[in-house]
Design a binder for this molecule. Structure first.
Ligand code: KG4
Ligand code: ZN
Length: 353
């Protein structure tokens, strides 16, 4: 097997990311340019603005990834790029750049599914991780439980019927007046450490559904109502809140987190039971996606794997949140199975992309 060096490009949401990875699992470089400042200023992702922000930095981010890896385009074996799911305007910025590099240097191109990349990056982190395995993928836009049988062969065990858990974290942070310069999740996690998780008894979603699906819209509403009933004024930033007010916010953050994660635990446990009936050889539970960087989430899921004698594989936070490494790595996995497109023409008209 020849050694591959692959450039990965990711622009599906609000981060512009690129990385260079070797097929032996060595990460040669990793660059992420965040739009966090824009998000704070405009209170969310506006597709047109996000597209412009990606366009402004994409060339620089890719160049930096190559420079840091001490390679040039000529050293690359292929270019991998996220083709979905995500905001189409944003995806196009990455795809256009990938096709330009691949066209100019006659490199094959691998289109990558963003959620598959969140799952497969676990195989870079844990080289012993063999198929089949179970993956819980938790991010701002997705909440998925899958049985991964092989590269490109997945069975969906559960998904969300409305919002993903990361969305619930982000709204909770906003309504609690937390510092949104970081994304909402880490801010809620931090504040929850000061709080009493039994302060508000939120209802655990989907208790009566004997499946592996999720729902976070109702919990979001419960949190909003609790915040209103405690007279918390989110226009007062937490940094300026009285100690009593801060305490109430921390209690709500902790109570929310307990139930949000309990819901994950219940569905994950059922999925593990289902999957192990189908595939008794399963040895690993992978937990990935932005919310998997949460320490409380990790410690609670550890309980489930211990009970079922599985091993938890949870990538480090920099590989859980959106990044170019997971795209490059998934590109490598597909390339090795012969799944790639030939180099695009060297000079493509813009509108052909
Ligand atoms: O995977 P990701 O970077 O982007 C998507 O594909 O959506 O996930 C972003 C989500 C955001 O909702 C963010 O608030 C959440 O992951 N997140 C966290 C933590 N770090 C990031 N949620 C809870 N606790 C964290 N420590
Ligand atoms: Zn993601």
């Amino acid at each position: 097997d020849e050694e591959l060096v692959v450039l990965g490009i990711e622009t599906s949401c609000d981060d512009t990311a690129a990385a260079v990875v070797r097929s032996n699992g060595e990460i040669l470089s990793q660059v992420v340019s965040s739009q966090a400042d824009l998000l704070v200023r405009y209170g969310g992702v506006a597709p047109k603005m996000a597209e412009e922000a990606h366009s402004l930095v994409i060339d620089q981010v890719v160049q930096e990834a190559l420079d840091k890896a001490k390679v040039t385009e000529e050293d690359l074996s292929a270019v991998a790029v996220t083709i979905g799911p995500g905001l189409s305007l944003c995806l196009r910025v990455g795809v256009r750049k990938a096709r330009k590099v691949a066209g100019t240097y006659a490199l094959p191109i691998v289109g990558v599914h963003h959620m598959e990349a969140h799952a497969l990056v676990a195989r870079l982190v844990e080289r012993e991780l063999q198929f089949p395995f179970i993956a819980l993928l938790i991010s701002g836009g997705h909440n998925l439980l899958i049985l991964a049988r092989d590269v490109g062969h997945y069975i969906q065990l559960g998904t969300t019927i409305d919002d993903a858990i990361g969305e619930a974290y982000d709204k909770t942070a906003k309504w609690l007046g937390l510092d949104m310069r970081k994304s909402g999740g880490p801010a809620v996690e931090e504040l929850a450490r000061e709080g009493d998780e039994n302060f508000v008894k939120f209802k655990v979603p989907m208790k009566q559904h004997k499946d592996c699906n999720f729902s976070y819209a109702g919990l979001k509403t419960q949190v909003r109502l609790a915040i209103e009933s405690k007279n918390i004024d989110a226009s007062i930033p937490i940094a300026s809140a009285s100690s009593e007010d801060r305490r109430a916010r921390a209690d709500i953050a902790a109570s929310f987190q307990r139930v949000a994660v309990l819901h994950l635990e219940e569905k994950c446990e059922r999925a593990v039971e289902w999957a192990m009936k189908m595939e008794p050889s399963i040895k690993h539970l992978v937990v990935s996606g932005g919310v998997a960087s949460n320490q409380y989430v990790r410690s609670r899921l550890n309980k489930i794997v211990e009970k079922h004698a599985l091993q938890l594989v949870c990538p480090p936070p920099s590989l859980c949140t959106d990044n170019g490494v997971m795209i490059a790595w998934t590109g490598i996995e597909h390339f090795q199975m012969g799944r790639y497109d030939p180099p695009p023409p060297a000079c493509e008209p813009e509108d052909a992309m």
